[in-house]
Design a protein around this ligand. Sequence first.
Ligand code: PMV
Length: 326
Amino acid sequence: MTITRASAPSNIALIKYWGKRDIPLNLPLTSSLSVSLTSMLSHATIQPIDAEADLWDIQGDPAKSLRVLSLFRRLTDDRRPLSIRITNDFPSGAGLASSASSMAALTRALGLFFGLGDDVEREPRLASIARQGSGSAVRSLLPGYVLWDAGTDPTGRDSLPTRLFPASHLPMALLVCVVDRKVKPISSSKAMEISRQTSPLYGPFHQRNPLDIAAACRAIEAQDLPTLGRLAEDNCLAMHKVMWESTPPVDYFQEGTHLVIDTVRRLRDEGFFCFFSIDAGPNVKVFCRPEDQALLAERLKLLPGIALLQDAVCSALPPSTSEAGG
Ligand code: PMV
């Protein structure tokens, strides 16, 4: 029996999306711009089995994986029972985009298994399937600096990721400050809906999106890390303000989150270059120049209760494999 394996990286949005224009299709209201990471990976293994039902061994939300599998089955009409395993190299559900990498890894592996291939640039339907598992998974289908264009088609056909720049164009290192490994108390989809219904800042956040995307693209093109850092931090805080102003307020920050933010600002005052970004969870991603990573890690390691993961922008996706096995 063939064993198919594929992996995909986590990604961090520098310009974020926070809101959907179609909930069942999981279509974003705005575009977003991210970096895919080198070592925070999810791995999916698929194998047909001689059994009545599928065998699942996964971390995270099973509903998302089931949805991805059922979309492939609907497309291919191939309903062979499968053994499906997904593992993450890092904590799941803690704002470290484990659903993005796991749904992207699953989509790539099932794509290969069902004959569509694992490359979204050749087969755009992979983006549509990954998106219906987890929105941000679309960006984890590509390496380097990635733009997920929200698109305008009601079917989502044009809601696709593109490679903007390779990692080598603007090398960045990353220090992930893990404040809390627990699964977040409220899912991003739920929190987005609360924001849409109640936050006065929801509209203004979306209005600024095209300008933020354009400015970030220019900063990356010009290899201007300080400008990119300022834009990313402003955009991240604007997204969290949308949530803080909703009713009930949604606040993913914890004491440790504030501690890391204060430290990043202090390090900048001392002349180091670094900036932060935070998603739907308490953990803080600190971006810096690769040559400063070790020194900054020494400083951030001193913070009480914070665990550090070191990473960098990924230059290529890990290769997938399909081989005969037992
Ligand atoms: O698509 P989801 O459910 O992973 O939501 C992503 C939301 C943020 O991470 C906060 C923003 C983003 O663009 O990644």
